[in-house]
Design a protein around this ligand. Structure first.
Ligand code: PLP
Length: 436
């Protein structure tokens, strides 16, 4: 009989991040300068990122050491537990064994603190005093605000106007951590002032908030910028999730057939899957499946094309080779705000193109129906983003029932939904657009 909750001692917090780059079947294509179309060097990123972050972005070292100070703070919430979803298995009457790695117990309620802490540490080491960043729904902003305070940095968050007005609790959380939070567009930057001149009631967008935060970082000597997904260094930092999960599955005496993560920019999916995929890339565990799950309304992996595109809406970033819906694509306002990104991490896109991983897309109606089942069996109310992973796990558990196969499924529960009860309210009251 397996335990319900598989935990590890603090001494099992990983000492290194796992870098998938040297294990890739072919090397990752470099980012390009938008003007010259030549590969960019570190000097182009240096005005916005500290050198240590740029090193993590490009390193080919197989394992990257985690500094003791960062591991010490990870102790606040790591190792995170793996649960066996016994009640959900029973409800589904499936021979599949369903496990989930839960990142809900982090102080900010999601996996994003894993990279925020490492990024804040590097900035502090390099003498940076202040981080400027953007946030849409508020998950990344609250992770960065928390990490900055714990590491002794100031934090400036440009929060998309609509969320600033409609989701006050994440804003209050950031302020509780001592961050400055302004609605974007703001009058603090040229990009913001231009947007306000055009439309004083502009609702803002993630792309615009990125432009404001980057401008802030470029203009001030004491400030750098930080990003919460998509880039190689963010995925690298999240691999502590999968490394812990490998040990936990060993303790459970099981090995996953199917790994599942929801997919916005790709970081929590990669964090769980990449350490397991190392085996597959070396020619073992050939049948191991890893599935990234996205909303039907923003299907960068299942509906986009892999080409060089900008990371932001304004077209200011270097060009990255990734699955994309086009940098001007504005998805409908679905509740899983953290999955509303037009592109996918270059590393995840690369593995999809190489047929190492798979992707699936589902509607809001489907994922929230599964979220209700999960909450009522397992107790945890998942973040709207995480419900995509839950739904896919249920789909595959039901397939296993049909086939009479004892599949082992492991998914990443990237966060809890306590700040997103409005989404549940709209589902329960029947006002949610179920087909979106
Ligand atoms: C931001 C977020 C995501 C999506 O981002 P990824 O980089 O794809 O992981 C998923 N789940 C939660 C809870 C988030 O906050």
């Amino acid at each position: 009989m397996t335990d319900t909750k598989i935990t590890l001692p603090e001494s099992d917090i990983p000492t290194h991040y796992y870098n998938i780059q040297p294990d890739l079947p072919t090397p990752l294509a470099p980012p390009l300068h938008p003007g010259t179309k030549e590969p960019i060097g570190p000097e182009m990123l240096a005005p916005i990122f500290p050198m240590g972050v740029i090193k993590h972005e490009v390193t080919q070292e197989p394992m990257v050491e985690i500094p003791d100070q960062v591991r010490d703070i990870y102790r606040l919430y790591r190792p995170s537990p793996v649960f066996r979803a016994k009640a959900l298995e029973e409800l589904l009457d499936t021979p599949a064994r369903i496990y989930y790695k839960s990142e809900c117990g982090s102080p900010v309620g999601s996996h994003k603190l894993n990279t925020a802490l490492m990024q804040a540490y590097i900035n502090k080491q390099e003498g940076v005093k202040r981080i400027a960043t953007e946030t849409g729904a508020g998950q990344w902003g609250s992770a960065m605000a928390c990490a900055c305070k714990l590491m002794g940095l100031e934090c400036m968050v440009y929060m998309v106007r609509v969320s600033y007005d409609q989701k006050p609790y994440r804003r209050i959380m950031m302020k509780t951590y001592g961050a400055d939070v302004v609605a974007s567009p703001s009058n603090l930057t040229e990009a913001g002032r231009a947007a306000l001149a055009e439309n004083p009631d502009s609702p803002g967008s993630l792309g615009l908030a990125i432009s404001e935060a980057v401008e802030d970082a470029v203009k001030r000597d004491d400030t750098k910028y930080a990003l919460g997904s998509v880039l190689n260094h963010v995925l690298l930092h999240q691999t502590i999730i999968g490394q812990e999960a490998i040990k936990q599955m060993e303790l459970a005496g099981d090995y996953p057939d199917i790994l599942i993560g929801c997919h916005g920019g790709g970081s929590n999916f990669a964090g769980l899957a990449f350490p397991f995929l190392k085996d597959k890339l070396k020619g073992n565990r050939k049948n191991l499946r890893a599935i990234a799950v996205e909303p039907k309304s923003c299907p960068s992996l299942t509906g986009g094309v892999r080409e060089y595109d900008f990371g932001d809406v304004a077209g200011n970033t270097p060009l990255m080779l990734m699955h994309t819906l086009g940098h001007k694509f504005i998805p409908p306002p679905v509740h899983a705000g953290g999955l509303r990104y037009h592109g996918s991490a270059p590393l995840v896109s690369h593995l999809l193109a190489a047929n190492v991983i798979e992707a699936e897309a589902y509607t809001q109606g489907e994922v929230f129906a599964s979220a209700m089942k999960f909450a009522q069996c397992e107790g945890t109310i998942p973040a709207p983003e995480s419900t995509h992973a839950i739904h896919s796990a249920i789909v595959h558990a039901l397939k296993a029932r049909e086939a009479g196969e004892k599949k082992v499924i492991l998914f990443n529960l990237s966060g809890h939904g306590h700040f997103d009860l409005g989404a549940y309210d709209s589902y329960l009251s029947g006002t949610m657009d179920l087909n979106s």
